[in-house]
Design a protein around this ligand. Sequence first.
Ligand SMILES: Cc1ncc(COP(=O)(O)O)c(C=O)c1O
Ligand SMILES: [Zn+2]
Length: 441
Amino acid sequence: MSKKFHLKCTKCNYITPDFQTWFSNNQKCPKCGSNYSKVKYNDDIDELKNVIYVKTGNSFLDIYFDYLPLEKRENIVSVGEGTIPVENCNILTNLAEKSGLKNCKVFVYRNDLNQGTGTFKDVAAAMAASILKENGIKEYCVASTGNIATAFAFYLAKAGISLSVFIPQDALMANEAEVSAYGQRIFRVNGDYAKAKKIAAEYSAKYNILMSGGNVDPARVEAKKTMVFEWLRQMEQFPTVYVQALSGGTGPIAIDKAIDDIKELNLIQQYPRYILVQPSNCDPMTKGWNIAKENGFPDGWETKYPIIDNPVTNVPTLATGNPATFPIIAPLVKKSGGEIISFNEDEILDIARLVAYETTVRVGPASTIALGGFLVALKQKLIKDNDVVLINIGEGVRRAPKFKEDLIYTTKLVNSIDDCQEFNREEIRNNLWRKFDKYIS
Ligand SMILES: Cc1ncc(COP(=O)(O)O)c(C=O)c1O
Ligand SMILES: [Zn+2]
């Protein structure tokens, strides 16, 4: 039995004593077979208060070591990820004000600044690599729409662990290139993410190789829960609204876990409303949510959702067409008083251009879905005065070179000096903003 933590089944409460046992049971509860166990810590949680408010390390693994499922610090695999800033987002605070919300404040959480691969997935991969190293695992596999693949490839390479990655047909070349650059193996599957997951699971079973457990994987959840600790440290007031692009939903699962873990510390006055945003061409959770809402959330509503086979979306990192986690995510959203909404994919370049113009931050496609979702939420009056909104910037543009090229909009072809006039960048501003007039009322 680990002295520090154990895993407790969310279905039957059975206790798995440590990761060695968890892995030898194929990452399932030995009693009921559920893949969803939560890590519980044996020490009392009081000390965490000091850890949160007195920063003592360079990475989330270092700082929150006592509240993460790792026995020995020497097994930490890290490049300093997870200690990223929460920043004011003045352009969106001003927009909220224009919509009549005088006291609403908007912040962004800069996962694009993570040192590993520059996404929301770096903390999950750093945690997983550390646990795998500690447990002597030599080979691993994962199915991914792209960002998890890249992050796992990086951190497992650092730990000297071989990784096979299964990506769907439409995954970005940039993800493939990066995974390959670290010398990890890629299977590009002729089909969608659901098929990639299926073949990865078959590979895992055939060769007895551990496979990443997806959105409820304790390594991923434990890593992402530290977001909550970071917000407590950095923000004067805990967010009342959390906005995130939604694929499988590890983010909200992890936030819920963190808030539950620390409830006796009384640090959080109000559970945040989750506003989760899907790209309009791959939004099965939004559709399932809307149907349930229209019908008044009848019994068993959370088990009914559409499946989109082979989704064709401009945001392949969010291309979960078969959202098997809907029964977990949707009740969390309901409990929070939030919503699952969609953002029109045709507008993602406009969002990225406006943000880069106004702030010089270059966001990636998945981040534009979250930012655009905030505009939709404003329009639909889902944001209230006095709200403290936190938007998760999940990735920078570095993740998507093709998207970066598509952002070009100020070029003029010239033949001679006669074609070149003076330039005032103010002239661009109105054009950029005009596209979003419809969201302000
Ligand atoms: C940049 C980015 N944002 C958001 C998400 C969605 O994460 P989840 O739905 O697992 O919380 C992903 C997942 O692939 C992502 O890569
Ligand atoms: Zn069980």
